[in-house]
Design a binder for this molecule. Structure first.
Ligand SMILES: Nc1nc2c(c(=O)[nH]1)N[C@H]1C(S)=C(S)[C@@H](COP(=O)(O)OP(=O)(O)OC[C@H]3O[C@@H](n4cnc5c(=O)[nH]c(N)nc54)[C@H](O)[C@@H]3O)O[C@H]1N2
Ligand SMILES: Nc1nc2c(c(=O)[nH]1)N[C@H]1C(S)=C(S)[C@@H](COP(=O)(O)OP(=O)(O)OC[C@H]3O[C@@H](n4cnc5c(=O)[nH]c(N)nc54)[C@H](O)[C@@H]3O)O[C@H]1N2
Ligand code: SF4
Ligand SMILES: [Mo]
Length: 580
């Protein structure tokens, strides 16, 4: 048996190191995992998984399932095959199926359900998306959590920020907001105004980092003019921020090491790229780049510093508004589109018209229920893999821990198909070694991606002239009608999107007079859902909250794309309460 060391495979900032010991999952004591895991991994063995393959509702053997799959893929025109893969397992070998499908001539996807808008904004400003890692956040004096909910989505940051000043910008009074030195309970989708005003006040108060600006952001004067387009009093009143808040934020951060730790919360909108870029510009005004303990952290590019050994050049369609019914066979891996894509009615309609749906995953959900052919996957304990993180620089080896008769690994599935279709595939260990070669052992014992810098942009930004590119215009938000709410759909503590224990409520401020336990119907221009009410004093009056993973939440969301970044816009639609 190999070393007992592995890592959590889930789509999560923390990418925790795990020790497998006598059937138990234990956290690494050292390193950022800090001796604790989270509810998902602490109860990993308790969750049901799919045991047997099935076709049209009948259990079949794995051998029969593979033959069936081969038959489906052989009988199609290759242009009629779509490979739709999500990141239910975030490890690097998961992409091996992309290699098979690309070589076969099938269609793959692009775009994002997650962080694409924010990433596009970062790239537009800085020329690349290089993240501030956890190890640098640890060195800061002040942390601003901007649209990030660390207690739920990235709890391993918490031990690192003890004794720091904390500022939270979030429409919800989250746990971190309750603990913070300052909580700005901003109206959803108005962060761009706050960011523009912060940059403006940095200038007015003479707090600009002149040296940095001169060298790396010489267009700041023009940007300042853009910020002057925001009417101060009316805007602040509308977005729920006071001049005092702005003064306090600046007082806390001037001349300090500041980490602005952003999540996906404030970019789930059509102009999400601009929101993120305006936050970056605020950091630029203070010269927060290229210095120890300073910077902007976001959901970084987990593949930064790594190249893929897989050949995945293919025709691609968007993940956001995919027309499944334009394909004869759709192979769905590591994702639950029927719950997690926007505009569920559209997705359902398209999938129902698709001739053959194959679901390759770990557990039953809306998508597996609709699929014709269901192929169970192996868990991360039953296969070799390796992963990176979108929050730290670690390269985490995931050694297989147990043998199991259930399921098939992504590599073995791809190897079977490549062999049957005469396509090239190298041995599994060669690919694993390819990824390992990007790692280097650091003095502290951590294995990290060698080319991922702790402090990026020390020689300027990655734009053509090394300078930051500021926004030149921005979209003015329409204010909602009296009977409309902003819908926010953040992550739940008990589920990982639609995996594990899914939430089932709609949360509302008690000022609206609904009773706990009462069912209400919520409607948007895309559809409606009936959910049980929970009164919640953490919310603003103008906001309804339904967690990601709640059944029906995406009946309400739109499958439009963000203007930049080809991202889903889960919080663009306003909603109404239509039936009590
Ligand atoms: N427990 C758990 N952990 C997870 C996940 C999970 O489902 N469950 N999912 C994983 C995945 S896929 C991802 S992408 C990450 C995401 O993790 P986070 O980046 O933390 O994302 P969210 O929870 O969607 O949103 C974060 C915060 O943004 C706030 N927010 C919403 N709208 C706005 C707004 O307009 N402005 C501002 N300023 N804030 C806003 C929400 O109230 C929430 O507190 O988490 C990962 N980790
Ligand atoms: N309303 C709303 N919708 C959202 C979001 C939101 O905040 N609000 N968040 C969006 C975001 S950020 C994301 S990232 C997406 C996530 O959406 P999805 O990618 O659909 O994520 P999950 O719902 O966690 O489904 C992951 C699936 O992966 C499968 N799986 C797990 N491990 C393995 C494995 O090793 N092999 C294989 N083959 N399968 C495996 C599981 O069975 C599970 O069905 O949802 C998006 N949808
Ligand atoms: S915090 Fe994230 S990476 Fe760590 S065990 Fe939980 S889901 Fe896995
Ligand atoms: Mo995500």
């Amino acid at each position: 048996m190999k070393s007992s060391v592995t890592a959590c495979p889930l789509d999560c900032y923390d990418a925790c190191g795990i020790i497998y010991d006598k059937n138990k999952l234990k956290p690494f004591k050292n390193g950022h995992t800090n001796g604790f895991l989270c509810p998902h991994l602490n109860h990993y063995n308790k969750f049901d998984r799919i045991i047997k393959p099935r076709y049209k509702g009948q259990d079949i053997t794995m051998q029969e399932a593979l033959l069936k799959l081969k038959e489906l893929l052989a009988s199609d025109l290759k242009s009629g095959i779509l490979h739709y893969r999500g990141s239910g397992n975030f490890a690097l070998m998961q992409e091996v199926t992309d290699h098979f499908f690309a070589k076969l001539g099938a269609t793959l996807t692009n775009g994002s359900l997650c962080d694409g808008a924010g990433a596009a904004g970062i790239i537009a400003g800085r020329g690349s998306n290089k993240n501030m890692p956890l190890s640098e956040i640890e060195k800061s004096e002040v942390v601003i959590f901007w649209g990030r909910n660390p207690h739920t989505t990235s709890s391993h940051i918490l031990p690192l920020i003890k004794n720091k000043k904390i500022i939270v910008i979030d429409p919800v009074k989250t746990k971190i907001a309750k603990m913070a030195d300052l909580h700005v309970q901003i109206k959803p989708h108005t962060d761009i105004y706050l960011a523009l005003l912060l940059s403006r006040f940095v200038y007015i108060n003479d707090n600009l980092d002149e040296k940095f600006i001169e060298k790396y952001a010489s267009e700041f004067e023009e940007y300042y003019e853009l910020t002057q387009g925001v009417r101060i009093k009316a805007t602040l009143e509308n977005i729920g921020v006071t001049l005092g808040d702005i003064g306090d934020i600046l007082e806390y951060i001037i001349d300090k090491k500041v980490a602005i730790v952003c999540g996906v919360g404030m970019q789930k909108y059509r102009d999400g790229a601009d929101v993120m870029r305006s936050i970056d510009a605020f950091a630029v005004s203070l010269g927060l780049f290229a210095k120890e303990g300073c910077g902007v952290a976001y959901l970084g590019d987990s593949k930064e510093g790594i190249t893929s050994p897989f050949e995945t050049k293919a025709k691609r369609v968007s993940k956001v508004n995919t027309n499944f019914d334009e394909f004869d066979t759709v192979f769905i891996q590591g994702t639950n589109p029927l719950a997690q894509m926007p505009d569920t009615a559209r997705v359902q309609n398209a999938l129902e018209k698709t001739a053959n749906i194959v679901y390759f995953g770990l557990e039953e959900n809306e998508t597996s229920q609709l699929a014709d052919l269901v192929i169970p996957a192996k868990t991360f304990l039953e296969k070799d893999d390796i992963r990176t993180s979108y929050s730290h620089n670690g390269l985490m080896i995931m050694n297989k821990q147990v043998e199991s008769d259930i399921g098939i690994s992504e590599y073995d599935l791809a190897a079977y198909l490549c062999k049957e279709f005469n396509l090239e595939l190298r041995p599994e260990q060669e690919y694993l070694q390819h990824f390992k070669n990007f790692g280097v052992k650091k003095i502290n014992g951590c294995f990290e991606v060698e080319n991922k810098k702790a402090i990026p942009y020390q020689e300027g930004f990655d734009t053509s002239d090394g300078e930051f590119v500021f926004l030149e215009e921005f979209e003015t938000q329409q204010s909602e009608n009296e009977d409309e709410f902003n819908l926010i759909t953040p992550k739940s503590h008990t589920s990982l999107n639609s995996q594990f224990n899914r939430n089932e409520y709609v949360y509302i401020n008690s000022s609206h007079g609904y009773n706990d336990g009462q069912n209400i119907e919520i409607t948007s221009e895309n559809g409606s859902v009936v959910l049980e009410v929970k009164n919640d004093s953490r919310l603003r009056n103008d906001t309804l909250l339904i967690y990601s993973g709640t059944r029906g939440v995406n009946n309400l969301t739109s499958s439009k794309h963000s203007y930049e970044g080809k991202n889903a816009v889960f919080q663009e639609n306003k909603v109404k309460i239509t039936k009590k």
